[in-house]
Ligand binder design. Structure first.
Ligand SMILES: NC(=O)c1ccc[n+]([C@@H]2O[C@H](COP(=O)([O-])OP(=O)(O)OC[C@H]3O[C@@H](n4cnc5c(N)ncnc54)[C@H](OP(=O)(O)O)[C@@H]3O)[C@@H](O)[C@H]2O)c1
Length: 241
C-alpha cells in the first residue's frame, strides 16, 4: 500500500524531496536518539531533518552508514547554528557537520535563524559550497518575508525551502503565499503543535467524522497546502489517504 512517504515535492532546483520528513530535535539521550532514528528508517523514512544544535548528526550518520541502504536513497538536511554565521565560520561549521555525519555531501544545508548582519555572508558561503558540489541544495529557516526579500535582492540563488513553525494554530498565510510566489517550499515544523492541542474541539470533531486522529488531520491539512512537513513522531499506520 502506498504511504504518505511515497509523496514527493519537486524543489525549485529540480530535486525531489519527500513531503514528510523525520525531524530529529528533542529525541532525548544518545540511546533514545539512535533508537528513534533507527525506528524511522525501519518505518520507511529516508529524508531526515537535523541541525548542529540538535546534536543528532552523529547518530543519524551512524544509522545511515550502517543501514546497507544506498546513500542516494537518503536526503539529509542539517542546519547552521547562530554562533557559526559569517563566511569562514559557515564553511567550517558545514565541514564539521559532514564529519559528524561521516558523509561527503549534504542534500540540504539551511541557516537555522536569520542572524542579524551576518546572514548574507553565510548565504554567500552556502552558495560557494553549492558551487563546489558539497551540498545539493540550500535553504533557510525561521525567515519572515522581510528576511526572504532581503536575500532575494542580494542573490540569484533562491532558497529551496523556508522551514518555519506552521500548524492549524499558527497559520502563516501571508508567508505561505510569498513562498509559493517565489517557488520556495514552506516546510512546517512543530506541525502537531508539540502535542499541546490534542484536545482541540474543532480538530477532534473533524477527526471523528473521518475516523482519523488529531495528528492525521493536522498533517493532511498542511500537506494539502503544498507544504513539506517534519513531525518528530508519527503513527506508522498513517496512509495519507
Ligand atoms: N527550524 C527550527 O527552528 C525548528 C524548531 C522546532 C522544531 N523543528 C523541527 O521540527 C520537528 C518537529 O517539531 P516538534 O518536535 O517541535 O513538534 P511536533 O512534531 O509538532 O510535536 C511533537 C510532540 O507531539 C506529540 N505527538 C506526536 N505525534 C503524536 C500523535 N500521533 N498523537 C499525539 N501526540 C503526538 C509528541 O509526543 P511524544 O513526546 O510522546 O513523542 C511530541 O510531544 C523537530 O524534530 C525539528 O526537526 C525545527
Amino acid at each position: 500500500m502506498a504511504t504518505i512517504r511515497d509523496q514527493f515535492l519537486t524543489l525549485n532546483n529540480g530535486l525531489n524531496m519527500q513531503s514528510l520528513r523525520f525531524g530529529t530535535a528533542n529525541l532525548g539521550d544518545d540511546t533514545s536518539k539512535l533508537q528513534a532514528i533507527q525506528n524511522a528508517v525501519l518505518a520507511g523514512y529516508r529524508h531526515f531533518d537535523s541541525a548542529s544544535m540538535y546534536d543528532t548528526e552523529t547518530q543519524l550518520g551512524l544509522i545511515m552508514n550502517n543501514s546497507n541502504i544506498p546513500r542516494t536513497d537518503f536526503f539529509i538536511a542539517t542546519k547552521l547554528w547562530n554562533s557559526d554565521h559569517g563566511f569562514e565560520k559557515t564553511t567550517s561549521a558545514f565541514h564539521k557537520s559532514l564529519t559528524n555525519l561521516k558523509i561527503d555531501y549534504l542534500d540540504l544545508y539551511m541557516t537555522h535563524w536569520p542572524v542579524t548582519d551576518l546572514r548574507l555572508a553565510s548565504w554567500d558561503a552556502m552558495i560557494d559550497l553549492l558551487d563546489r558540489g558539497l551540498v545539493r541544495s540550500i535553504g533557510v529557516s525561521n525567515y519572515t518575508i522581510r528576511h526572504l526579500q532581503e536575500l532575494l535582492d542580494h542573490s540569484d540563488v533562491v532558497p529551496i525551502i523556508n522551514q518555519v513553525e506552521f500548524s492549524p494554530f499558527l497559520f502563516q498565510e501571508e508567508l505561505l503565499n510569498f513562498c509559493k510566489s517565489k517557488r520556495i517550499i514552506l516546510e512546517a515544523y512543530s506541525p502537531l503543535s508539540v502535542g499541546r492541542k490534542l484536545n482541540n474541539q474543532v480538530l477532534s470533531e473533524i477527526g471523528s467524522e473521518h475516523n482519523k486522529t488529531f495528528a492525521q488531520i493536522a498533517i493532511k491539512w498542511s500537506l494539502t497546502l503544498g507544504n513539506s512537513i517534519i513531525p518528530r513522531k508519527i503513527e506508522q499506520s498513517y496512509s495519507g489517504k
